[in-house]
Design a protein around this ligand. Structure first.
Ligand SMILES: [Zn+2]
Length: 312
């Protein structure tokens, strides 16, 4: 499993999360650049600009949620709206692995009155869910109704309502004319317990004077530069970096398990009707083909197993 993960992993030096505290530990700051990973996903899924913007924003926030985890913990974000994108899914973990997809990558919606990609119209109304797998029996799941559909405000609402943590969130993606992703990233500022009221009021206004995240990144800003832009006058202390990579957990073995779960009868039909099976991963679009002989072998394995369990 470890090997197959590495096969689908892509690294680049620019994509990482930076973590800091500011105002003597009263504020937690995280910033991310994920341009390379969003571009990787864009080419794999042939995404049109509004899908790249919506997924890129979601993946930026998810990467920062991942950076707040530890060890083997994982996080999944689902944004399920009634707009044409339908649902957006992103996964991250504490090790910097990041992946995601949108249900309908080919959606086109007209620009909004400001001439920008209309993410709100593409997402629609619905919910944002955060599912944290902390290695316990049940994953922790929290969600909020979407208040904007532009995604950053929706994450801020999630942090406040579901985690009781006042937060300011900025997310942005810049798409080129040729649809390639030019810049993507984000910033989360959170009030830590014990913060005084003055800092709490400041937090609400901290993003107001901040230029668009995607344009700062486009000018070459690193995650630390983004934090510096936002909280420079509050003496940020940098705690570390989490390098990100596009990585998927799919593998031939997992596909085989899916085929085994179908059962012998279904496989027999598949062999007769199609002569092969093609499985495509939702997340990374990797194609797995099983030819007739391989399907026969899987079928025999199922029959053998069921014969064994009959004997027990
Ligand atoms: Zn995959």
């Amino acid at each position: 499993m470890g090997n197959s993960m590495a096969e689908h992993a892509r690294c680049n030096d620019r994509d990482y999360v930076a973590m800091a505290t500011a105002a003597n530990g009263q504020i937690r700051a995280l910033a991310v650049v994920n341009t390379g990973i969003v571009e990787e996903v864009r080419t794999r899924h042939q995404m049109l600009p509004v899908a790249s913007a919506a997924l890129g924003r979601t993946m930026a926030a998810t990467a920062m949620l991942g950076a707040m985890l530890k060890d083997e913990e994982k996080v999944t974000v689902q944004i399920i709206g009634d707009g044409p994108l339908e649902h957006i899914v992103a996964d991250a973990d504490a090790k910097g692995n990041l992946r995601g997809y949108v249900q309908n990558p080919n959606v086109h919606v007209p620009s909004n009155p400001q001439g920008k990609l209309d993410v709100k119209a593409a997402v629609g109304r619905g919910h944002l869910w955060v599912i944290r797998d902390l290695g316990l029996k049940e994953p922790y799941r929290g969600g909020v109704p979407l208040i904007s559909g532009e995604i950053a405000e929706d994450f801020a609402s999630y942090f406040f309502r579901s985690e009781q943590t006042p937060s300011a969130v900025a997310l942005g993606v810049l798409v080129e004319r040729d649809y390639s992703v030019r810049a993507a990233g984000g910033l989360i500022l959170q009030l830590l317990p014990g913060a005084n009221e003055g800092i709490a009021i400041m937090l609400e206004h901290m993003l107001e004077d901040l230029p668009a995240i995607s344009s700062i990144i486009d000018e070459g800003a690193s995650p630390e530069d983004i934090i510096c832009h936002a909280v420079d006058d509050l003496e940020p202390k940098y705690l570390g970096q989490l390098p990100l990579r596009f990585a998927c957990t799919c593998s031939r073995e997992r596909c085989e398990a899916t085929l085994i779960a179908l059962g012998a009868v279904e496989l027999e039909d598949m062999i007769k009707e199609q002569g092969e099976a093609e499985l495509i991963c939702h997340f990374c679009k990797e194609r797995y083909i099983f030819d007739k002989e391989e399907l026969e072998a899987i079928k025999d394995q199922i029959l053998l197993q069921s014969a064994r369990s009959d004997q027990d």
